[in-house]
Every structure is written in C-alpha cells, then in structure tokens.
Write a protein that binds this ligand. Structure first.
Ligand SMILES: NC(=O)c1ccc[n+]([C@@H]2O[C@H](COP(=O)([O-])OP(=O)(O)OC[C@H]3O[C@@H](n4cnc5c(N)ncnc54)[C@H](O)[C@@H]3O)[C@@H](O)[C@H]2O)c1
Length: 354
C-alpha cells in the first residue's frame, strides 16, 4: 500500500464539521490520507479539526496563505461557501496540489470555467463531492435502470420538497441570502442524479423558478424544471424549500424512472418495481438496495485517494465530468432568469470559449 496522502482542509464548520467527524477519520483508518493542517477564517471553527482530526494548534490556521506556505501537503479539501472555492483552488494550484472540493465547483459559471481551465492546464486532479448521486438509494436505482432488465429508459421524474421557509431553517445564512439558493445549493445534486440515471449530459433545460411571499430567501426557493438529455431521455424535477410539508427531503428523494417494461420508483429510500396488469390492477414488488461498505462523501473521498495513488484510473465526479453538471446548473439558472429554454451544450461552449 502507498503512503497516506497529506491534505489541508479549508472550512471546518457546517459541512466541514461532518468532514472532520465522519469522512476524514475513515481515510486515516484506511491508511489513505492523513491531515497536515486545517484552515478556517473563524478560529473557533478550527476546534472541529483539533477535536476530530487531532491537529495541534500550530497546525490550525486562520490565514490560508500562511498555512499553505508553511505546511507541505498533497491535496486541498475545500469546504468553504461556493463563492470562496476559486480562492482556495488558486492557492492549492500555486502549491502544486490536487483538489477535492465540495459542490458546486463555484457559485457562477464564469468562475467554474476559470477553475476548469486553471486545473486542467496545471495538469492537476480535481474531483467534486456530489454526495447525493453517490448515495446508496440513487446508486441502486441507477444500477437497476442501467441493467436494462426493464427495457429502455423513456423519462425520469424527481421530487425534492421541504418545509424550510424560515431564515436559518436551511443551515448557514448564505443560503438564505444568495440569489439562487435552491438551484445552486440544492438542485446541483439532483442534476447530477439525472445525469447518472440517464447516462447522458443535458441538451436543453427550461426552468420556472420563484420565491413565494412566505419564503425567507434572497431568490428562487421553488422550481419546476424540464430537461431533454442529449440521448433523448426526458426529465422533470419539482423542487421546493418553502412548502407546508417535507415530502421528500435530503436523502429521501422521490425519483421515478419510466422504462419500457417497468416503472421503477424510489421514494424515501424504498425502491419498487410497478406494472399494470391487463385488467388494470397494479402489481408492485420491493427491490433491494445495492450493498456497499460506504456511500456519499466517504466513498467519493476514498475513490479520490485511490485516484491520486494510481489505484484507479479515473474518478466518477472528476472536474472534467462535473463541468457538465455546472453547465446544466447555471444554464437552468439563466433559464429561470430569462424565461427561455437554454441549450446547455452551447451555453458551456460559449463560457469555455470566453
Ligand atoms: N455535499 C453536501 O451534501 C453538502 C451539504 C452542505 C454543504 N455543502 C457544501 O459545503 C460547502 C460549505 O457549506 P457549509 O454549509 O458548510 O457552509 P458554512 O457557512 O456552514 O461553513 C463554511 C465554513 O467555511 C469557513 N470559511 C468561510 N470562508 C472561508 C475562507 N475564505 N477561508 C477559510 N474558511 C472559510 C467558515 O468560517 C465556516 O467554518 C459549500 O460548498 C456547500 O455547498 C455540501
């Protein structure tokens, strides 16, 4: 086995706390990666790095430049709000490091493209933690659809609706203050789930987005989104943060894959195959979820370490793949703002050519 990679984590509260508590100790147990240092602009938040990663005070920094200049590491982990991702990417690249970043790549398409160009031209590896696509329930649905056992996939429906309308109900304040919270902080995961299920990138997206009078958000918190994928599969998604009830929240999504010979329904982690008999009676049977040791960020981070070591050739959410997810995300935002359908592939090319 190769020596463990050394990392510097940037952002240690909020989702960063989960990284310190759950994701990173496992990498150390596996001998895949160990902490070199932690950075957070708020000194109090570094307590998580001390408590869960065992870092001493002199390895915890509030200034990213001092940390990266002083401490040698192989890769950076980015868990800051999206508008600071590019700053951390720049610092990591200046120190010849690879990057594992929380989603989305950045908070706007221009920054995503700059990051894409900087990382690829530096020849470094970067992956994005699309936690929910790599969760057990979505991977199980993907495996059944991809098996072809129920014929060709025709279309997919998704629902993610929550009762989180009050300020602070959706965690950090930036989510309630930003202009497109639902899409940038939420739907980016679902876009990637649709890409995984359909095994295709998106051709055209059309979004109707809004914030109801009772939504304590800086912009669209509800959306209805139609997508046509490049391979012809159609998708529709309902997302809401301000409903009166949480029907399908985080980790309990509703997804329905309409295949030629079977409707495969995932609802709050229960997977079913549904058909209608000739007499109209509905037949249904529960399908087992796939088995695996770990899912979500724990799995994504492990694959990242194996990719760095050369134990795997590729990473399923590497930057080169994830830029398609960013293009779909920001094209959907543009569609919501303009009221027009957007050709995602033209949108991506236009932004990369800029
Ligand atoms: N994959 C998931 O399921 C999931 C869930 C939640 C959040 N996220 C992502 O994690 C990232 C962080 O979100 P969050 O909810 O934890 O935010 P947060 O505001 O709760 O925490 C961010 C942390 O970063 C620190 N920070 C802010 N700016 C910094 C900078 N310039 N340098 C160093 N530290 C800085 C803050 O002090 C704070 O400790 C975002 O990209 C978000 O989209 C992912």
């Amino acid at each position: 086995m190769s020596t463990p990679h050394r990392y510097i984590i940037v952002g240690t509260a909020g989702m960063g706390e989960h990284w310190c508590k759950a994701t990173l100790p496992r990498l150390a147990e596996l001998g895949k990666a160990i902490p070199a240092a932690a950075v957070d602009i708020n000194a109090d938040h570094l307590q998580n790095a001390k408590a869960y990663l065992g870092l001493s005070t002199d390895l915890c920094f509030t200034d990213i430049n001092i940390a990266f200049d002083k401490i040698k590491a192989d890769f950076a982990i980015i868990v800051t709000p999206p508008n600071f991702h590019e700053l951390v990417v720049d610092t990591a690249l200046a120190h010849d490091m690879d990057i594992l970043s929380e989603k989305p790549i950045a908070d706007n398409m221009a920054a995503c493209c700059r990051i894409y160009k900087k990382v690829t031209s530096a020849g470094k590896k970067m992956a994005v933690t699309m936690s929910h696509r790599f969760d057990q329930d979505k991977q199980s649905l993907e495996a059944i659809v991809h098996s072809g056992a129920y014929g060709k996939l025709d279309y997919v429906i998704g629902r993610f609706t929550m009762a989180l309308r009050k300020f602070g109900a959706w965690g950090a304040s930036f989510r309630h203050e930003m202009i497109d919270p639902l899409l940038i902080e939420g739907t980016v995961h679902h876009f990637d789930i649709f890409r995984g299920l359909t095994k295709s990138d998106c051709e055209t997206v059309y979004t109707v987005g809004w914030n109801p009078a009772w939504g304590e958000y800086g912009g669209d918190s509800q959306a209805l989104i139609t997508m046509q994928m490049k391979n012809g599969v159609k998708c529709f998604w309902e997302g809401a943060k301000c409903n009166a009830v949480t029907l399908n929240g985080w980790t309990k999504d509703y997804m329905r894959a309409e295949c030629e010979n079977g409707t495969i329904e995932l609802d709050a982690r229960k997977l079913r195959l549904l058909n209608s008999r000739i007499d109209g009676e509905i037949t249904g049977k529960e399908l087992p979820l796939a088995s695996g040791e770990v899912w979500r960020n724990e799995w994504i981070a492990e694959m990242f370490c194996d990719w760095l070591s050369g134990e795997r050739e590729d990473h399923p959410s590497r930057l080169e793949d994830n830029i398609q997810c960013a293009a779909l995300l920001f094209a959907a935002v543009e569609s919501a703002h303009t009221g027009q359908p957007i050709n995602v592939q033209h949108y991506l090319k236009q932004h990369l050519d800029n």
